[in-house]
Design a binder for this molecule. Structure first.
Ligand code: DAT
Ligand code: MG
Length: 150
């Protein structure tokens, strides 16, 4: 089956605005399994690795500065099509284009303050999970799994 893991992060603005519980709750209620979670204060070098693909963009320094402005909540969610569905739940990168009902479409306005991050492919999910959770994480069975997955 297409059970995947995706890296989801509440950015500093999401933490400051008290949206951690709301974002967690949306993934929980959708039926995804929480497999890793921590509050983190990453270094500049760590964030530059996370956003390495964007290093030649004009907004890159501002992006790194914003990401350094406070703690983030790092998490890994597992379930059917978790990468693509996670992106749908976040909404478009620019909140002005995010549909209402998505996290960004409900809570954000500016592309440089868009509250949350989600992996854009299975390949980048694996890379990001390795970067943010080098310690690994425990596996467990979600007891309600037979009610969520066929
Ligand atoms: P996403 O976060 O939806 O995967 P991305 O990987 O293209 O989007 O960019 C990473 C982050 O960089 C994005 O969440 C916000 C910021 N960003 C992207 N495009 C931007 C732009 N044109 N101006 C300012 N910040 C931008
Ligand atoms: Mg991205």
């Amino acid at each position: 089956n297409n059970k995947e893991q995706t890296y989801i992060m509440v950015k500093p603005d999401g933490v400051q605005r008290g949206l951690v519980g709301e974002i967690l709750s949306r993934f929980e209620k959708r039926g995804f399994k929480l497999v890793a979670l921590k509050l983190a204060t990453p270094s500049k070098e760590h964030l530059e690795k996370h956003y390495a693909d964007l290093s030649d963009k004009a907004f890159f320094p501002g992006l790194i500065q914003y990401m350094l402005s406070g703690p983030v909540v790092a998490m890994v969610w597992e379930g059917l099509d978790a990468v693509k569905t996670g992106r749908v739940m976040l909404g478009a990168t620019n909140p002005l284009a995010s549909a209402p009902g998505t996290i960004r479409g409900d809570y954000a306005l500016a592309v440089g303050r868009n509250i949350c991050h989600g992996s854009d492919s299975v390949e980048s999910a694996n890379k990001e999970i390795g970067l943010w959770f080098p310690e690994g994480f425990a596996q467990y069975t979600l007891l309600q799994e037979t009610m969520i997955f066929e």
